[in-house]
Design a protein around this ligand. Sequence first.
Ligand code: ADP
Ligand code: ADP
Length: 228
Amino acid sequence: MITFDNVSKKYENDQVAVNAINLEIKKGEFFVIIGPSGCGKTTLLKMINRLIQLTEGTIRINEKRISDYNIHELRWNIGYVLQQIALFPHMTIEENIAIVPELKKWRLPHIQQRVRELLAMVGLDPDKYSQRKPKELSGGEQQRVGVVRALAADPEIVLMDEPFSALDPISRTKLQDDLLELQRAIQKTIVFVSHDMQEALKLGDRICVMKDGEIVQIGTPQEIIQNP
Ligand code: ADP
Ligand code: ADP
């Protein structure tokens, strides 16, 4: 479903962040990219939704080159969750989640229904939370809203860049568990960046280990453990 064909990224300062990557991520797969700081994880991730341009090679989604997609079509169909969730402070939780569905011109009752469903799925009572402002939520709750917002318009793919790393260990474990359950229920293709091997082993169907812009190992958690 997502294929990388000889993909490289060289920044203006000649820093080669990603070097000749070949990769195939399957539909419905929970795919974790792991490696030390600066190895190119975020660059690899952001090339998928064209937040970063490739210098060389081709990325395809469902066989179509990402450069051939309309940029809005591409961004709206790829959910994106960052480490620092950027909820709009002046908007309610419901309004924050509704951004992309509204851009897609979904009808209001449909949007409201969707928001309620999603909040409930991540353990946030819609009656209690949908009309609150982000600052009235804890960090962990805001992160849940970040996950829900990325899923709101039913994207095929969700990109997650260390989404839980700013959380305390307890909230973090809880969110990981909930995300796994959610993934089983909705079967999205998830590409998840982490620097934490425990997290990668827990979440990933497959794990891709990067070093200096290259993939040094790729396999199931079982394979990674047996062959460290
Ligand atoms: P990771 O996500 O694994 O920490 P990044 O993809 O952020 O790694 O960065 C990979 C390499 O590219 C690093 O050496 C980083 O310093 C460099 N880099 C990242 N963004 C830029 C940029 N905008 N300009 C120049 N170099 C960058
Ligand atoms: P840049 O100016 O860096 O190219 P954009 O202005 O396209 O980035 O996007 C800024 C931020 O807004 C990005 O970090 C991205 O996560 C978010 N974003 C952009 N488009 C969408 C979208 N359709 N759905 C969700 N988030 C989006």
